[in-house]
Design a binder for this molecule. Structure first.
Ligand code: SAH
Length: 356
C-alpha cells in the first residue's frame, strides 16, 4: 500500500477487525468526507489514532508549492515513496474549483510538444496516489469545495485504466464529486475508450486531437500510428451513441503546424459528425519544443471559423504559465531517467528541466 487512500472499505474493515464494527466506517468517512488525517480524527481513542498514524501512510510529500494568478492557482510537486515526483494543480474560479491530477509519474506517449512526454515514463500511480492529490488540494481549497477534477496532469489516464477508474469511483462516491464534473483526457487509446463506453459512470471524455490529418498527427501524437484517426473516430462514435455524453477535443495551436485553413477544414469534418466540442489551448512553452504557439489573432480566427462551420469551439483560459503549471508544462527532473542527475528526496529541483 502506497497511500491510506489505497484502501477500499473492506480492506479497512479487515485492518480494524479487532475494533467495534462501526470503526472502519468512521475512519473511512474521516478520510473522505472529513478530509482528515488519522492524527486529526479526535473522535477516535488516542491509542487507535496512534496506531492508524503508523499503518496508514500518506503517499505524498510536498516538495514545493508554487502560487500564481493572485493566489487562484496553486501547483504542488509531490515526492512519492520511491522518489518519483508528480505535480498537481488547483485552480479556483468564480463558479468552480478544479483540481488537475496526475495518473502516472512521467508519460510514455512522447507527444513532442508536451514537457511530460519529453521527460519519459517512470511508473503508474496507485489509486490512492491519485485520490490523495485531490484530498490535499481540497484541504487547501477550504472553505470552498472542489467541484471538478480533470485527469489532465502527468501521464496517460487510459494507460493506467483500472487504477484510474477506481479513483473515479472514489472521487464520485465517498468524495461526492459529480461524475459529469470528472473529466478524463486521453491521447486516444482506443481499447480504453471502448472500456469507458461500457462503464455505468457518466464521466466526461476529452481527446487530445491536435491534428485531424494522420500524417501530421503521427508526428505530434505518436500513438496515432497505433490508433489512427479512422479507428479513433469509430470508437468515439460508439462512445457518443451509447453514452450520450459530451465529447471534447483538445487542440494546442502551434504556428504553421496545425493552425492553417486546411486544419480548420479537416477538424470541422472530423468533429461535426461526432458533435464534439473543441477546446483550443494556446501553446504553452516547454523546454524540448521550440516551435511557437499561434498568435492570439490567429487563435481567435481559428475559433471563429470553426464556430461558423457549426463546431462549438472555445479557448481554454491559461492558468499558471509562469509557474510551469499550465497544460503540457508538468515535468519533473526527478522522473528523468535518461540523464544522470541527483534525485535526492528533499532536494528542491522540481521544476521543468533546464532551459525553461
Ligand atoms: N495524456 C492525456 C492527459 C494529459 S492532458 C492527454 O494527452 O490527453 C494535458 C493536455 O495538454 C493534453 O491535451 C495535451 O495534449 C495538452 N498539451 C501538452 N503540451 C502542451 C503545450 N505545450 N501547450 C498546450 N497544451 C499542451
Amino acid at each position: 500500500m502506497q497511500s491510506r487512500y489505497d484502501l477500499e472499505p473492506d480492506d479497512l474493515a479487515a485492518l480494524l477487525e479487532d475494533q467495534p464494527a462501526y470503526r472502519s466506517r468512521q475512519v473511512f468517512d474521516g478520510l473522505h468526507k472529513g478530509l482528515r488525517t488519522p492524527e486529526e480524527m479526535t473522535d477516535l481513542p488516542a491509542a487507535l489514532r496512534g496506531r492508524l498514524t503508523e499503518v496508514l501512510p500518506s503517499a505524498l510529500t510536498e516538495q514545493t508549492r508554487s502560487v500564481s494568478d493572485d493566489g487562484e492557482t496553486i501547483k504542488w510537486a509531490f515526492a512519492l515513496e520511491d522518489g518519483a515526483v508528480i505535480e498537481t494543480v488547483l485552480m479556483a474560479y468564480r463558479n468552480r474549483v478544479t483540481v488537475c491530477i496526475s495518473t502516472q509519474a512521467g508519460c510514455a506517449m512522447a507527444c513532442s510538444f508536451c514537457a511530460t512526454g519529453q521527460s519519459g515514463f517512470r511508473r503508474h500511480l496507485s489509486t490512492g496516489e491519485i485520490v490523495e492529490q485531490v484530498v490535499l488540494a481540497a484541504r487547501a481549497a477550504l472553505p470552498r469545495r472542489v467541484s471538478n477534477v480533470v485527469f489532465m496532469g502527468m501521464g496517460e489516464p487510459l494507460a493506467n485504466y483500472d487504477r484510474v477508474m477506481a479513483a473515479v469511483r472514489r472521487l464520485n462516491g465517498p468524495l461526492g464529486i459529480s461524475a459529469r464534473r470528472l473529466t478524463v483526457s486521453t491521447v486516444g487509446i482506443v481499447p480504453g475508450i471502448r472500456r469507458l463506453t461500457a462503464e455505468a459512470l457518466p464521466v466526461s471524455l476529452a481527446v487530445s486531437l491536435h491534428s485531424a490529418n494522420d500524417v501530421r498527427r503521427d508526428a505530434l501524437v505518436p500513438i496515432n500510428k497505433r490508433y489512427p484517426l479512422g479507428v479513433l473516430a469509430d470508437a468515439l462514435e460508439e462512445y457518443v451513441e451509447t453514452t450520450h455524453r459530451r465529447l471534447s477535443f483538445e487542440w494546442a495551436l502551434i504556428e504553421g503546424v496545425n493552425d492553417t485553413d486546411t486544419d480548420i477544414k479537416e477538424l470541422a469534418a472530423y468533429a461535426r459528425p461526432l458533435r464534439a466540442h473543441v477546446n483550443v489551448i494556446p501553446l504553452n512553452p516547454t523546454p524540448g519544443y521550440l516551435v511557437r504557439g499561434s498568435s492570439s489573432a490567429r487563435v481567435r480566427e481559428f475559433v471563429d471559423e470553426l464556430n461558423e462551420r457549426g463546431v462549438t469551439t472555445t479557448i481554454r483560459a491559461t492558468r499558471g504559465r509562469e509557474i510551469d503549471a499550465a497544460c503540457g508544462q508538468l515535468a519533473s527532473r526527478a522522473n528523468v531517467k535518461v540523464r544522470s542527475r541527483s534525485t535526492d528526496a528533499g532536494s528542491d529541483e522540481v521544476t521543468a528541466p533546464e532551459g525553461s
